[in-house]
Design a protein around this ligand. Structure first.
Ligand SMILES: NCCCNCCCCCC(O)(O)C(F)(F)F
Ligand SMILES: [Zn+2]
Length: 659
């Protein structure tokens, strides 16, 4: 299924008609440069073009009051003076004779997107709209927003399409207070927002934007605020919050639909956000949400004021929705102290509502944070004087790397008698393997590696890895007689030749003696750092444990390790369910530009189809709802994370008690 793109140049036909410094950044070019970038890169042609429509009164009234709608209805006929007058009652927003029309188109675009996704016409999609929506409230416009496009879309998805649980992810750099107010007592809509906050010093300067505002009444726990109390947040900060807060909770919530308040003022270069995350981060943020709700994801544009980073970020998002390989995130750094403080605060207040966070640490003691504020203030005074001297320095960042789709998406190495699943390209070794390789394989411990078809299998494996390295093939699966031998062969022989780092994910019981990254003997601490056994109860039927292991350990570590190849090994008798297996394959695509090699034992052929489906990029089915989490083993995983975070900074979720 395809990706919908909703855009109409009519939504560029309104602008600020008077002087207002707070609003001058919200210009029509935001929309046109975004769309033009999608056209220029050829991405728009690959999408299913869906026309916008005007939202009806009834649909707008799903969120807004009649008196507010009646008021906005009058704006097309107002004089300039009346428009200014009407605008004065609201904050940081402006009206224009054509903005009511555009606001109906913006809301209607979000509804068209929901219809296209919920009816299965497309898998996912993006609506490029203006005016944005997430600040507007039941009876008030705010922050360039007139109607709350995403809030209306959430209510509409429930009412018209029977969605039971809707997740709203707001990665715009401003707090969407309008969305929070709309759903704060509603457990069927989970609202997650990160936002520049600076201890309430940043717009909209609301006390209720802080981490301790978790929702009200039956909605308690269904509102997650992550305040950024400093600027300059980077890719590692964003990924840490996704892995250690949003994704575990989102998987526990198990939504039927994911709506994204896709604001790109959280990207580097934006004058509002002043953050440092690069546009390619949105490729990963989108990817990490695409295995929820069976892939049903609707992204609706909110903010974004640096026209260069906005256009790049929009392209990164759409390209991921289309299923293209993800860009390698260069040197993801560990979260900064301020981000860790926010992370720790959010997890500590949310743990009482989400079993997945049950073992989260307490909030940091106040002296840490107050000390930080004093330090920050001192820093700030110094910085401001420097700033005045230097003036706003221009942020520069590299153009996002090309994300080329390999000629072959997925390949297979199979015994001659095994059937090749649809869509996979069967690999037959074209030439005899190099003698050097044969000798290496021959002196492999297991005898079967030595015989003819053993050598053939391994030489095909070598070919497969080689073709992934050159991006002729995206990913692949190999059915081998002895999966442990094949794993060792890939790690010891094939992998190290072709890529500098291999992330080996071994599912099922296995004591693998992997040499450390530099191939030296297993020194104890090296083994500790590069060998991370995770035990899940009841085999792998333990969903909570699986989610904790994947999001609390595997993904953060994988982003920090940044492998050139991912080797996913399914040990015989692992008992991992198809759902989890497909989720794991889907999520691991985020690494190594999607170059994942799956190894399975021949007698595990039954799970070849779900494996092929996941490798081909079909969305994984949702994990079954976590109704009764298993009696947990007292946070064994947390303890493991504690131990490992000395080696892997991306595993941190608390401020270092040191300073
Ligand atoms: N320095 C100028 C002060 C601007 N203060 C208001 C900021 C509004 C942000 C709007 C947005 O980006 O959140 C949306 F997504 F809604 F467009
Ligand atoms: Zn914003």
């Amino acid at each position: 299924m395809g990706t919908a793109l909703i855009y109409d140049e009519e939504m560029t036909k309104y602008k600020l008609l008077w002087v207002d410094p707070a609003c001058k950044i919200e210009v029509p070019e935001r929309l046109s440069v975004s769309y033009e970038a999608l056209v220029r890169t050829g991405l728009s042609d690959r999408c299913v073009s869906v026309p916008p429509r005007e939202a009806s009164d009834a649909e707008i009234l799903l969120v807004h009051s009649e008196e507010y709608l009646e008021g906005v209805k009058k704006t097309p006929h107002m004089t300039l003076e009346d428009l200014k007058e009407f605008t004065l009652q609201y904050g940081d927003v402006y009206f224009h004779p054509n903005i009511y029309h555009c606001a109906k188109l913006a809301a209607g675009s979000a509804l068209q997107l929901v219809d296209s996704v919920m009816t299965g016409k497309v898998r996912n999609g993006m609506a490029l709209v203006r005016p944005p929506g997430h600040h507007s409230m039941r009876s008030a416009a705010s922050g360039f927003c007139v109607f709350n496009n995403v809030a209306i879309a959430a209510r509409y998805a429930k009412q018209k399409h029977g969605a039971k649980r809707v997740l709203i992810v707001d990665w715009d750099i401003h707090h969407g207070q309008g969305v929070q107010y709309c759903f704060e007592d509603d457990p069927s809509v989970l609202y997650f927002s990160w936002h520049r906050y600076e201890h309430q010093e940043f717009w909209p300067n609301l006390r209720e934007s802080d981490y301790d505002c978790v929702g009200k009444g039956s909605g308690a726990g269904y509102n997650i605020n992550v305040p950024w109390n400093e600027v300059g947040m980077e890719n590692g900060d964003y990924l840490s919050v996704f892995c250690h807060v949003l994704l575990p909770v989102a998987y526990e919530f198990c939504p039927d639909l994911v709506l994204v308040c896709a604001g790109f003022d959280s990207a580097i270069g934006d004058p509002e956000g002043e953050m440092c995350a690069t546009p390619d981060i949105f490729a990963h943020l989108t990817h990490l949400l695409m295995n929820l709700a069976g892939g049903k994801l609707c992204a609706v544009l909110e903010g974004g004021y640096n026209l260069t980073s906005l256009a790049q970020s929009v392209c990164q998002t759409v390209q991921t929705l289309l299923g293209d390989p993800l860009p390698q995130l260069a040197n993801v750094r560990s979260p900064c102290e301020s981000a860790l403080e926010s992370l720790q605060c959010v997890r500590s207040v949310q743990r009482r509502y989400w079993s997945i966070l049950k073992h989260a640490a307490d909030s940091p003691t106040t002296d840490v944070s107050t000390k930080r504020i004093k330090l920050a203030k001192a820093e700030e005074e110094k910085a401001e004087t420097a700033e005045e001297e230097r003036g706003q320095e221009e942020k520069v960042w590299p153009e996002p790397a090309e994300r080329l789709r390999p000629p072959v998406c997925s390949a297979s190495v199979l015994p001659d008698d095994a059937a090749c699943p649809d869509g996979l390209k069967r690999l037959v070794s074209s030439k005899d393997p190099e003698p050097l390789l044969v000798s290496r394989i021959k002196n492999r411990s297991t005898e079967d590696a030595g015989d003819a078809d053993g050598v053939a299998t391994f030489s095909r494996l070598y070919t497969l890895i080689e073709k992934m390295r050159t991006n002729e093939i995206g990913n692949g699966v190999a059915l081998v007689p002895d999966v442990a031998a094949a794993m060792e062969c890939v790690v010891q022989d094939l992998g190290s030749d072709l890529v500098s780092r291999v992330l080996v994910v071994c599912v099922g019981k296995e004591e693998l003696n992997c040499a450390t990254a530099d191939g030296s003997e297993d020194k104890q601490e090296q083994k500790g750092k590069y060998y991370i056994p995770v035990c899940l109860k009841k085999g792998c039927a333990d969903t909570v444990g699986f989610i904790q292991a994947v999001f609390g350990l595997l993904l953060p570590l994988g982003y920090e390790y940044d492998p050139g190849l991912v080797l996913l090994v399914r040990m015989p008798g692992s008992g991992v369910g198809d759902c989890m297996w497909q989720q794991l394959i889907g999520l691991l695509k985020g690494f190594a530009k999607g170059h994942t090699l799956v190894l399975m034992q021949t007698n595990d052929g039954a799970c070849m189809d779900p494996t092929a489906s996941a490798l081909l990029g079909h969305p994984a089915p949702p994990l079954q709802e976590l109704l009764t989490p298993l009696p947990d083993d007292g946070g064994a995983l947390e303890r493991m994370r504690e131990r490992l975070q000395a080696h892997w900074k991306m595993l941190q979720t608390t401020v270092s008690s040191g300073n």
